[in-house]
Design a protein around this ligand. Structure first.
Ligand code: FRU
Length: 498
């Protein structure tokens, strides 16, 4: 039996910052637009065999502005068809929000009942206030009409935005969770018809309040291994574990149709992603119409540098869609995040290695296998005597992105300090770490690499780091390192993703 051994080595790297300007590379299995600026995913809804992805879009340029809802649809969350802009700014900008299928025509806005009836609930951004408004579509989201009675909710507040609406079957009513960003609060409203909303409850000033609260989402999840038991999860976009950035936190508790109660102590903070590039993520409505999964998409960027990332024609990407599940650990219930299974259908040219002798400590591994940087890796590592094991990906002459695990730290990490072009923002070069326990000395890293996007899921998704990088296109190297002792790769699976 071949055994993969890595002798302990120390790697010496010349810290030359790479300033070269590279041509813009388009990720192949992550969503991007073909032209202009994008930010938050909006109106995620499944209907009639299609996953809709609306998103914050500037129809006129590569920087933020003129916010409108652009639109794409997919049958498998991987291949997207771009459609015309769905809701254009007029005297107000169209900020983030959600979409529901008003199958039973509760709003009375439609001629008939059915799956074609979509209602978008969005924030209208006026010069001095934000209100909630609706628009409706009778053609599966291809065209929308703004409701003549807008706004449907107006508190006369400057910051009041990002309504997430869903159907609450137990009390047969619509629920809206919407944010008062500067008050670190979300409010819950109820409605029978999507037009008239009553205040039900509020939640706030818990967890982290270092930054404004935006883009809330609220949903119920079954608990893995506890049949019949569920918990409610509240997502908030706002602060990040590192202070200059934005990120996402979540709360676990209960929702009784009026208010959310947090199971954890008010000062406990649960982060979703320890990378810099996962923000404004919300989940799909109406997937119960298919398989009932809870699927989230985030904007793979960070307001700290989003306006500066290298771009010529288009700017910004979405994270690969993730399935969210809940599991109990010794310290409580935690979200598990995993790339949606649909990725498997796009896997090509598998490479599989197991218990093989690795020829040398820093020998190049499988560089000949890839022809471009859109691939998926699943690596199971027994740390043995090693202190640190890492994989340098997107590796060229003087650049690489390091994805690894440090035993003493008990953390997995993504280091993009040498990843290529980092000079466009002082905030970009970074080393991001996420706590992750070895299980019997073994760590699993599931890595999605797509040209300029890297997402790492540790131990089946208990910790995640999402990171943009800007290497040269020809940086195709993958190299494995161990420090301080020998490690063993139990298995190394790789696939090109088409
Ligand atoms: C979050 C956000 C939302 C807002 C939108 C505007 O990234 O600030 O709160 O609706 O972006 O584009």
């Amino acid at each position: 039996m071949n055994r993969l051994k890595l002798a302990g080595i120390t790697i010496c790297l010349s810290l030359i910052i790479h300033h070269s300007l590279v041509a813009q590379q388009r990720p192949s299995f992550h969503f991007t637009t073909t032209k202009n600026w994008i930010n938050d995913p909006n109106g995620l809804v499944y209907s009639n065999g299609e996953y809709h992805l609306f998103y914050q879009y500037n129809p006129f340029g590569i920087g933020w502005g003129h916010m409108s809802w652009a639109h794409a649809v997919s049958k498998d969350l991987v291949l997207w068809e771009h459609l015309p802009v769905a809701i254009m700014e007029d005297t107000v900008m169209i900020f983030s929000g959600s979409c529901v299928v008003d199958k039973n025509n509760t709003s009375g806005l439609f001629k008939k009942e059915g799956d074609q009836n979509l209602v978008a609930i969005y924030t209208a951004q006026h010069t001095n206030k934000e209100t909630q408004a609706i628009a409706y579509s009778e053609d599966f989201g291809r065209t929308f009409t703004k409701y003549s009675g807008n706004p449907v909710l107006d508190l006369n507040k400057k910051d009041f935005r990002d309504p997430k609406v869903f159907w609450y079957e137990k009390q047969k009513k619509w629920i809206m969770v919407v944010s008062l960003p500067t008050e670190f609060q979300v409010r819950f409203y109820g409605s029978a018809n999507l037009m008239k909303w009553n205040l039900l409850g509020e939640f706030g000033n818990q967890g982290n309040i270092d930054k404004i609260w935006e883009c809330p989402d609220l949903f119920e999840l079954p608990i893995i291994g506890e049949p019949g038991k569920t918990k409610w999860v509240l997502l908030i976009s706002g602060a990040h574990p590192k202070k200059d950035f934005v990120g996402m936190q979540y709360y676990i508790g209960n929702f009784d149709g009026n208010a959310f109660t947090n199971d954890n102590l008010a000062n406990e903070v649960l982060w979703l992603d320890y990378g810099k590039d996962f923000y404004a993520a919300v989940t799909y409505n109406n997937i119960s119409a298919s398989d009932g999964r809870r699927i989230a998409i985030g904007w793979m960027n960070n307001w700290a540098y989003a306006g500066n990332i290298p771009a010529t024609e288009w700017r910004g990407s979405m994270n690969f869609p993730r399935e969210l599940t809940l599991k109990k650990f010794h310290d409580g219930y935690r979200l598990i995040q995993q790339p949606v299974a649909e990725i498997k259908k796009h896997r090509k040219e598998e490479i599989h290695m197991q218990d093989i002798d690795f020829p040398g400590a820093n020998a190049t591994l499988v560089t000949t296998w890839i022809s471009d940087n859109s691939y998926e890796l699943e690596i199971k590592i027994a740390l043995n005597n090693a202190e640190d094991v890492s994989l340098q990906i997107l590796k060229g002459k003087q650049c690489f992105t390091s994805v690894g695990y440090n035993k003493k730290d008990a953390r997995m990490y993504v280091d993009r300090q040498m990843s290529g072009n980092t000079s466009f923002s002082p905030h970009f070069a970074s080393l991001d770490k996420a706590q992750l326990k070895c299980i019997n000395g073994v760590v699993t890293l599931h890595i999605l690499v797509d040209k300029t996007l890297v997402e790492v899921f540790g131990n089946d998704g208990i910790a995640v780091i999402s990171s943009q990088v800007f290497p040269n296109e020809e940086n195709l190297g993958i190299q494995l390192f161990s420090k301080g002792g020998e490690a063993r790769i139990i298995s190394f699976n790789g696939w090109k993703i088409e």
